[in-house]
Design a protein around this ligand. Structure first.
Ligand code: S3P
Length: 172
């Protein structure tokens, strides 16, 4: 493709289940950039799953690791970075992303997200909760913060490739 490769990292933000990792990987391939998944990098650094980190050490500990991992990814060569849904909600992580990257908010209706997260139960924040209700609560709190991202892409139930096309168009 002849898409323009940005000189700043591209950081995908948005709620669980919206497709940040899948879309990010494909976007990176289309832009011929490396891809990094922040949650995966945290798991490698900690040698534990995200669920294990939450269970053993709590959310605050996870957020601290997340902040450090994202700072390291932002400092490296330009790449596409998928973040966990809470990363952009935290300060100073959000400020760090906004100052050095192009943040893209991937957004979809919560009923779509709820259907997607049911396929994998790896999310500590959804444990013991009704996914649709919990995602609705998270959307109400978080959407005003995700909206601080300069690019906002809505997606439906269609193929992820359409979302990748929309991001490339928005990047100009
Ligand atoms: C979280 C989202 C998860 C993961 C952790 C917390 C959140 O990532 O970072 O469970 O606060 O929304 P995904 O958005 O990839 O599920």
């Amino acid at each position: 493709s002849n898409a323009v490769r940005p000189t700043r990292p591209i950081v995908l933000v948005g709620l669980m289940g919206v497709g940040k990792s899948t879309v990010g990987r494909r976007l990176a391939a289309r832009l011929d950039l490396p891809f990094a998944d922040a949650d995966h990098e945290i798991e490698v650094a900690a040698d534990m799953t995200v669920s294990e980190i939450f269970e053993r050490y709590g959310e605050a500990y996870f957020r601290d690791g997340e902040r450090r991992v994202i700072a390291r990814l932002l400092d490296g060569e330009p790449k596409v970075i998928a973040t966990g849904g809470g990363a952009f909600i935290q300060e100073p992580t959000r400020a760090r992303i906004l100052e050095s990257a192009i943040a893209v908010w991937l957004d979809a209706d919560v009923d779509i997200l709820a259907d997607r997260v049911q396929r994998r139960d790896t999310r500590p924040l959804l444990k013991g909760n009704d996914p649709l209700a919990k995602l609705g609560e998270l959307a109400a709190v978080r959407n005003p913060l995700y909206a601080l991202a300069p690019i906002h892409i809505r997606s439906g139930r269609g193929p992820h490739e359409a979302t990748v096309d929309a991001i490339i168009a928005a990047l100009g």
